[in-house]
Design a protein around this ligand. Structure first.
Ligand SMILES: Oc1ccc2c(c1)N[C@H](O)CC2
Length: 117
Protein backbone atom coordinates (compact mmCIF):
# COMPACT_ATOMS: atom_id res chain seq x y z
CA UNK A 1 0.00 0.00 0.00
CA UNK A 2 1.15 3.59 -0.57
CA UNK A 3 1.61 4.39 3.11
CA UNK A 4 3.65 1.25 3.82
CA UNK A 5 6.94 2.47 5.18
CA UNK A 6 8.21 -0.93 6.27
CA UNK A 7 8.41 -4.31 4.55
CA UNK A 8 5.13 -6.22 4.74
CA UNK A 9 5.14 -8.36 7.96
CA UNK A 10 8.58 -6.82 8.62
CA UNK A 11 10.27 -9.98 7.36
CA UNK A 12 13.80 -9.63 6.04
CA UNK A 13 13.15 -12.37 3.47
CA UNK A 14 11.13 -9.85 1.38
CA UNK A 15 14.30 -7.77 0.98
CA UNK A 16 16.20 -10.96 0.09
CA UNK A 17 13.52 -11.90 -2.43
CA UNK A 18 13.81 -8.46 -4.09
CA UNK A 19 17.59 -8.99 -4.20
CA UNK A 20 17.08 -12.41 -5.80
CA UNK A 21 14.58 -11.00 -8.32
CA UNK A 22 17.10 -8.28 -9.21
CA UNK A 23 19.57 -11.07 -9.98
CA UNK A 24 17.05 -12.60 -12.38
CA UNK A 25 16.64 -9.23 -14.11
CA UNK A 26 20.42 -8.72 -14.40
CA UNK A 27 21.01 -12.16 -15.93
CA UNK A 28 18.11 -11.96 -18.41
CA UNK A 29 19.39 -12.05 -22.01
CA UNK A 30 17.60 -8.78 -22.80
CA UNK A 31 18.94 -6.88 -19.75
CA UNK A 32 21.98 -5.41 -21.57
CA UNK A 33 20.53 -1.86 -22.04
CA UNK A 34 19.71 -1.61 -18.33
CA UNK A 35 22.76 -2.97 -16.48
CA UNK A 36 24.66 0.29 -15.99
CA UNK A 37 23.76 4.01 -15.85
CA UNK A 38 23.36 5.70 -19.23
CA UNK A 39 26.43 7.90 -19.89
CA UNK A 40 24.95 11.41 -19.65
CA UNK A 41 28.11 12.92 -21.20
CA UNK A 42 28.04 10.84 -24.38
CA UNK A 43 24.33 10.22 -25.13
CA UNK A 44 22.86 13.37 -26.71
CA UNK A 45 19.60 14.51 -25.13
CA UNK A 46 19.38 11.86 -22.43
CA UNK A 47 20.14 14.16 -19.46
CA UNK A 48 17.46 16.66 -20.54
CA UNK A 49 14.80 14.14 -21.59
CA UNK A 50 15.12 11.61 -18.74
CA UNK A 51 14.56 13.42 -15.44
CA UNK A 52 15.32 10.47 -13.15
CA UNK A 53 17.85 8.03 -14.66
CA UNK A 54 17.83 4.55 -13.14
CA UNK A 55 19.51 1.22 -13.89
CA UNK A 56 19.94 -2.24 -12.35
CA UNK A 57 23.40 -1.55 -10.85
CA UNK A 58 22.03 1.53 -9.05
CA UNK A 59 19.09 -0.52 -7.72
CA UNK A 60 21.58 -3.16 -6.48
CA UNK A 61 23.55 -0.46 -4.62
CA UNK A 62 20.33 0.87 -3.07
CA UNK A 63 19.36 -2.61 -1.83
CA UNK A 64 22.82 -3.22 -0.38
CA UNK A 65 22.79 0.21 1.31
CA UNK A 66 19.25 -0.45 2.67
CA UNK A 67 17.87 2.63 0.87
CA UNK A 68 14.47 1.02 0.20
CA UNK A 69 12.02 1.35 3.07
CA UNK A 70 9.51 -0.92 1.29
CA UNK A 71 9.16 -3.39 -1.53
CA UNK A 72 7.22 -0.64 -3.25
CA UNK A 73 10.35 1.53 -3.51
CA UNK A 74 12.20 -1.32 -5.19
CA UNK A 75 9.29 -1.93 -7.60
CA UNK A 76 9.04 1.81 -8.39
CA UNK A 77 12.74 2.00 -9.33
CA UNK A 78 12.51 -1.09 -11.56
CA UNK A 79 9.49 0.43 -13.32
CA UNK A 80 11.43 3.72 -13.64
CA UNK A 81 14.08 1.86 -15.67
CA UNK A 82 11.43 0.68 -18.13
CA UNK A 83 9.52 3.99 -18.19
CA UNK A 84 12.78 5.84 -19.01
CA UNK A 85 13.39 3.32 -21.79
CA UNK A 86 9.95 4.00 -23.33
CA UNK A 87 10.53 7.75 -23.09
CA UNK A 88 13.84 7.68 -24.94
CA UNK A 89 13.47 4.78 -27.39
CA UNK A 90 11.06 3.90 -30.20
CA UNK A 91 8.95 0.86 -29.33
CA UNK A 92 10.28 -1.06 -32.36
CA UNK A 93 13.95 -0.24 -31.74
CA UNK A 94 16.25 -2.95 -30.36
CA UNK A 95 16.43 -1.22 -26.96
CA UNK A 96 12.71 -0.39 -27.03
CA UNK A 97 11.85 -4.04 -27.66
CA UNK A 98 14.22 -5.17 -24.87
CA UNK A 99 12.46 -2.78 -22.47
CA UNK A 100 9.04 -4.21 -23.24
CA UNK A 101 10.30 -7.81 -22.85
CA UNK A 102 11.99 -6.98 -19.52
CA UNK A 103 8.92 -5.14 -18.21
CA UNK A 104 6.67 -8.11 -19.04
CA UNK A 105 9.14 -10.47 -17.33
CA UNK A 106 9.32 -8.26 -14.22
CA UNK A 107 5.54 -7.75 -13.97
CA UNK A 108 4.99 -11.53 -13.97
CA UNK A 109 7.66 -12.25 -11.33
CA UNK A 110 6.54 -9.30 -9.16
CA UNK A 111 2.93 -10.55 -9.23
CA UNK A 112 4.13 -14.02 -8.20
CA UNK A 113 6.09 -12.53 -5.27
CA UNK A 114 3.13 -10.40 -4.11
CA UNK A 115 0.98 -13.54 -4.01
CA UNK A 116 3.48 -15.11 -1.62
CA UNK A 117 3.83 -12.16 0.79
O1 LIG B 1 20.88 4.87 -29.93
C1 LIG B 1 20.99 4.88 -28.60
C2 LIG B 1 22.20 5.21 -28.02
C3 LIG B 1 22.31 5.25 -26.63
C4 LIG B 1 21.22 4.94 -25.80
C5 LIG B 1 20.00 4.58 -26.41
C6 LIG B 1 19.90 4.56 -27.81
N1 LIG B 1 18.91 4.26 -25.64
C7 LIG B 1 19.08 4.04 -24.22
O2 LIG B 1 17.83 4.07 -23.57
C8 LIG B 1 20.01 5.09 -23.67
C9 LIG B 1 21.34 4.99 -24.33
Amino acid sequence: SKKAKIWRNGSTNELEECHQLLGELETHQDAWPFLQPVNLKTVPGYKKIVKKPMDFSTIREKIINKQYSSGEGFKDDVNLVFDNCERFNEDNSEIGKAGHIMRTFFDKRWTELLKRW
